[in-house]
Design a protein around this ligand. Sequence first.
Ligand SMILES: Nc1ncnc2c1ncn2[C@@H]1O[C@H](COP(=O)(O)OP(=O)(O)OP(=O)(O)O)[C@@H](O)[C@H]1O
Length: 776
Amino acid sequence: MSAFEELGVMPELVKAVEELGWMLPSPVQAEAIPLILGGGDVMAAAETGSGKTGAFAIPVLQIVHEALRQRVRSGAAASSSGRGGGNAGGGVASPAAECVLSTEDRDLHLAVSSDGCTAQSRSEKSWGGVRATMGVFASCGGKVYYEVTVNDEGLSRVGWSCSTAALDLGTDRLGFGFGGTGKKSHQRQFDSYGEPFGKGDVIGCMLDCTGGGSVSYSKNGRHLGEAFKLPPHLQSQIFLPAICLKNAEATVNFGVTPFAHPPPPGFIAMTKAPAAWIAAAASAAAAATSSTAAAAAADGSKPDCIILEPAKDLAEQTANCFTDYGKHLHAPAIRTGLFVGGVDAVPQIRMLREGVHIAVGTPGRVIDFVESGKIPLDQVRFFVLDEADRLIADNPDVVTKIYNRLPKGGTGVNRLQVLLFSATLHSTEVKDMAAKICVNPILVDLKGKDAVPETVDHVLVRVNPAEDRSWLQSKPEVFTDGCHAVDCIGPSTATTRECLSEATKRLKQRLLQRLIDTLRMEQCLIFCRTNYDCDQLERFLNSLGGAGGGGGGEGGFRGKMESGKENPYSCVVLAGARSMDERRAALSAFKDGDVRFLICTDVAARGIDIKELPYVINMTLPDKSEDYIHRIGRVGRADTMGLAISLVSEVPEKVWYCSVKGLKPWLAPDASNTKTTDKGGHTIWYDEKALLGAIETRLGRSIPSMSEDLSLPAELAERLAAGGDKYGQQRGGGVSQEVTAHLEQIAQNVQHLASLEWHVQTSFLRLKQRWQSAQG
Ligand SMILES: Nc1ncnc2c1ncn2[C@@H]1O[C@H](COP(=O)(O)OP(=O)(O)OP(=O)(O)O)[C@@H](O)[C@H]1O
């Protein structure tokens, strides 16, 4: 059994992740997958690149697939009998329909076998109940039978109940049970009936829908007499086979295989009943809700899961992960839809009409579609906030509005599960929101505070224009942001705040070039503060590349070189101001290794997964310390070593400031107004030393600096050399620490087994020798 199977993951999903080369679940996966499969709300905080997407995607896919299979089975039965002209109420099943125990309509702690015939509940404290996927119209005028075989010594109660009855059979007015202690139960009234039963006994459960209706039982083929008469108010209801167990196991037979004892005269097996008698459980339950809901529920076309992501690119990546992990799930296949803004809504609406089971999107587009009724929510059972802290900080209203509209599904297996994931999940806002939208969430917190993975080395390059005067050189030409366009910059003003600020910007671009050359960077992700900074850096790198950057037209693939890999400075841009097509093309060119540098804003700070990326550079520190953790977490993923370098100015830098959301001050009509915002302009003074202080406080450690010749701090260089590690490659020669730990764990057992095997073999050979010599 593989390590993923041990977590309860179904073989189709295990196969898919093994094809991706995942040998063992990562720690967050090992913790979160069983919790989600068990039905809990989960808040998971784990380092960047530690496999959080798989930790929620795998169990979500599994549960959604199970639910869908169940619906398709029930829906198919309902529609085929509908075509046969049966009951006008719809939801009438074909006689050949497969009636099994439901994996949906059960208590969480009761397990149902994959063939839907055996139920097991190992709780000694509480009863676990389950109903069948088909029911019988009490008004059908027929007589139906099914059998239950008790497999062990625990307690069992068997019988019939309506789809809305308590799963604890016989404890309300909608259920009728017969228990192993020899009692019949209805409305919590337990009266002596028949005789006790236990392990090995076969109980026949009869529903007689003639003459007002009654329920009776047999034990090992012996009829025990009528147990209940159906009260008049229940004679229009649908009754489903139901059992409940306490630390027990039982197997049902609805008639697919021969019965242990023949049904009493006039009774027929559930599965042999005419179509007009039988109703699918899903239809029975759906009938209680709106008719449109029932219709769509039957074909399973509404989302079961809503996943919010803070950025379009990340949403697309997550949707692709769902498609990849779920590729072996068939009959039915899972359909994942992507719902992000900035692109034509029509194909997305069409997709919703065709049916989507997992909806992944960004807050704006998702709330638009929810409020206009395009994304129906009445079937949703998972609400996932990936990068939850960012979503909650930026879009608390959207999160709350969507949550308020979701069906909560009670406390059984259909209850809504809320999952919050991030590498930085420790803010007060997250805790407050979790208190509102989660029910007893289980915290999977692998470090207890925000942490940087061991595979990420991070260093600073201090930028001090007062000491480094190379900014006065005219070559290579740099392209700064124009915040000092109206200031007097030059040797004569070299000590003014404005001049030092402009000098910092010039030095940073030149330092970037030196870093690229010194470290012989094959690939690097470069973070800038604004869209405009990205444009200017792109110009700078293109000018170094000497080819002026191919394309560059409106909507074109700016910066892509004919042969990107040969150009040591080839670059593309991924930033909010670029179109979705351009962003997609840029990311894929970078992932494919066609270009060396991906210049980006913080839209790429979270979640974006680029395999074996060796370097990240921060041209400017982010103004939120948690974003630093996410940015540098683009390297050091999946046990690959990576280096993050931050250029940090020793002096304040004047930068553009968007006081109105969406406003690009460098494009504003009064863009020449470079005064600070308190003086009616569009700039602020940015203090990177203070930002660095906040980051170091958050991490609880100081970040080492590179030396002037841009070599690594000694401690890092030594550690790297000792481990034989290289940035962009798996640490420890390709075997992950988890795999090593796992191998160490099983080594002892393997040795023990080997020695047992040796003893068995040698004693067999000795015996054989003795026998041969005895034979002469
Ligand atoms: N069990 C595993 N074994 C090997 N590789 C894995 C495993 N789980 C995930 N990965 C790989 O690790 C990389 C990072 O995974 P993922 O993107 O899910 O990380 P994350 O924790 O969500 O990171 P972030 O915090 O940046 O969003 C991916 O390339 C993924 O394919």
